[in-house]
Design a protein around this ligand. Structure first.
Ligand code: RAM
Length: 329
């Protein structure tokens, strides 16, 4: 055999071995509501961390350019074609994704939702960042704490179909009459986790409700847009912006007084946990009520009757601590 032929053969064998090795890795797709959202970039960081700890795991970080169910369905179908091992999704809609995700499960792909859930028959388990009622109460309290005489508030949400925001808003509405009788919720509007739309919606709220004392945005995208509008319109001190914010993006609005305080959980831990859970399902663990899963540095979670679990309570960020957290996420 000529040297050239030998060399070609060795190269071919080496290439084949590399492909087998690459194929041997578990491939877990982290599908987010939309790309370009700092919250999900932080989650992806945690996902990579988990993949490294577990070894032989490849994370495919993907999502549509805008936060729609249609965009996510396209991505799910392409992940099915690529034969990934697991899909871990933060959903733009609880129901619209179910048929595509069912198809994925029929093909042996493990499916979980995290952050924003899909209906039970579209996933094997769901991971909530925190207790839904607690988040609902927290977002109202964050506003009420700075409104001693009560008054009008409005909510600027993400997509109108987002499972997580809708659940938090429902919980907030429930708690209002009992625990915050002097707070009046004027309106709920939707910025679709898009900066431009969120900015326009925030401006709309301000012009429609002249007595507004707080804008509550339970979305890291919306809260930044609202605080920027309040800053630009010289309304600092008149309208307090609050909600769920990523400290690294929001610190300047605590510093300039557009906001007194916001809350969130650790998005890095959330992405990290999504990968750990997917990995255990791939390795054969069954998701069923009462089952516990151990998630590396995060600890243990236990599935409830709906195969859902929740992580820790949200942290509050204000002038005293946002500097520290802004360096982490
Ligand atoms: C946005 C997204 C995400 C939500 C956070 C608080 O980044 O809507 O789903 O959990 O805000």
């Amino acid at each position: 055999m000529s040297l050239l032929k030998k060399l070609a053969m060795t190269t071919a064998i080496a290439a084949a071995m590399m492909t087998t090795q690459a194929m041997a890795a578990e491939r877990i797709a982290l599908v987010v509501k939309s790309l370009g959202n700092g919250f999900f970039d932080a989650a992806a960081k945690g996902a990579e961390e988990a993949a490294k700890e577990l070894g032989d795991v490849e994370v495919i970080y993907t999502g549509p350019t805008s936060a729609t169910a249609e965009g996510q369905i396209e991505i799910i179908n392409s992940l099915i074609a690529q034969k990934v091992d697991a899909i871990a999704i933060s959903a733009n809609d609880p129901d619209a994704l179910v048929p595509a995700l069912k198809k994925a499960m029929d093909r042996g792909i493990k499916v979980i939702s995290w952050d924003s859930g899909v209906a039970q028959d579209g996933r094997m388990l769901h991971l909530n960042p925190s207790d839904t009622n607690l988040i609902g109460e927290t977002i109202i309290k964050l506003a009420a704490d700075y409104m001693p005489d009560g008054g009008e508030v409005a909510i600027l949400s993400a997509a109108s179909t987002a499972t997580n925001q809708n659940a938090w808003i429902d919980a907030a509405k429930k708690v209002l009459p009992e625990k915050f009788p002097n707070i009046k919720l004027d309106a709920v509007v939707y910025g679709d986790d898009d900066s431009v739309k969120s900015t326009n919606e925030a401006k709309g709220l301000i012009s429609t409700y002249p007595n507004l004392k707080a804008i509550i945005a339970p979305t890291t995208v919306g809260v930044v847009a609202a605080a920027q509008v309040v800053t630009d319109q010289n309304l600092i001190g008149k309208i307090n912006v609050t909600g769920l914010a990523l400290p690294s993006e929001f610190k300047k609005f605590i510093d300039n007084g557009a906001s007194q305080a916001v809350a969130l959980w650790n998005p890095i831990d959330l992405g990290y946990s999504a990968v750990y859970l997917s990995d255990q399902l791939i390795k054969g663990k069954e998701a069923k009520p009462g089952e516990t899963f151990s998630i590396g540095k995060v600890g243990e979670i236990k599935l409830d009757d709906t195969n859902s679990a929740a992580m820790a309570a949200p942290y509050t960020f204000d002038k005293s601590n946002i500097e520290k957290f802004s360096k982490i996420y």
